[in-house]
Write a protein that binds this ligand. Structure first.
Ligand code: HEM
Length: 171
């Protein structure tokens, strides 16, 4: 019966390899460091955690009155800019140049922009007063409705949809 002999180099190499493999299974490298001293910057190590959780965007319902503060200038809005088209609320903060306080379309910030988008006008008359029911847009022509849908598509492809616009008394 053959016996295992360590005297041959092949067996010695196999045994060393076996011991190495068992050791790697029992004590794997790259296991995350204890949570207390986990690096918080990428350059310090591979397993790292951001210092704080990134901001999260929660899909929610807005009314004309709760949407208003997200005009990019009201402090309570935290600098965010939202606007609504056809009941969809978009976060257009990334388009601050357009919708910020000095932007060409700043009138739409924090407002229902549906009528202005439909009629291709950023006049203030396009905006429904905040204490009024939502603009039902029933007087729009087919062409204006198509125009508004075109803008809705443009915004859907470019900005984050973050909520629905509902009547003031709905929430
Ligand atoms: C004086 C005439 C106007 C000029 C010269 C003009 C110019 C522009 C320019 C250069 C852009 C940027 C396009 C891009 O980079 O993608 C733009 C985008 C836009 N324009 Fe106008 N525009 C005019 C009138 C209007 C009117 C009357 C409206 C009313 C609804 C309007 C609504 C928009 C919107 C919603 C965008 C898209 C911005 C975005 O992507 O966030 N524009 N316009």
């Amino acid at each position: 019966m053959p016996t295992l002999s360590l005297s041959t180099p092949v067996n010695t190499a196999l045994l060393l390899y076996l011991l190495y493999t068992v050791q790697r299974i029992l004590f794997p490298r790259g296991s995350p460091p204890p949570a207390d001293d986990a690096p918080t910057e990428f350059k310090k190590g591979y397993s790292w955690m951001p210092r704080s959780h990134p901001p999260v965007l929660v899909f929610t319902k807005y009314t004309p009155k709760t949407l208003e503060k997200y005009d990019g200038k009201t402090p309570e809005g935290g600098g965010r800019i939202l606007l609504a088209i056809q009941g969809t609320v978009f976060d257009v903060t990334a388009g601050r140049n357009f919708y910020g306080p000095d932007g060409m379309y700043g009138n739409f910030a924090g407002r229902d922009a549906s009528r202005g988008m439909a009629k291709q006008s950023f006049d203030v008359e396009m905006l429904t007063p905040l204490d009024q029911p939502l603009d039902k847009l029933t007087d729009l022509t087919q062409e204006e409705i198509e125009n508004m849908k075109g803008w809705h598509d443009h915004f859907s492809n470019k900005y984050i949809i973050c909520g629905r616009l509902v009547e003031n008394d709905a929430i």
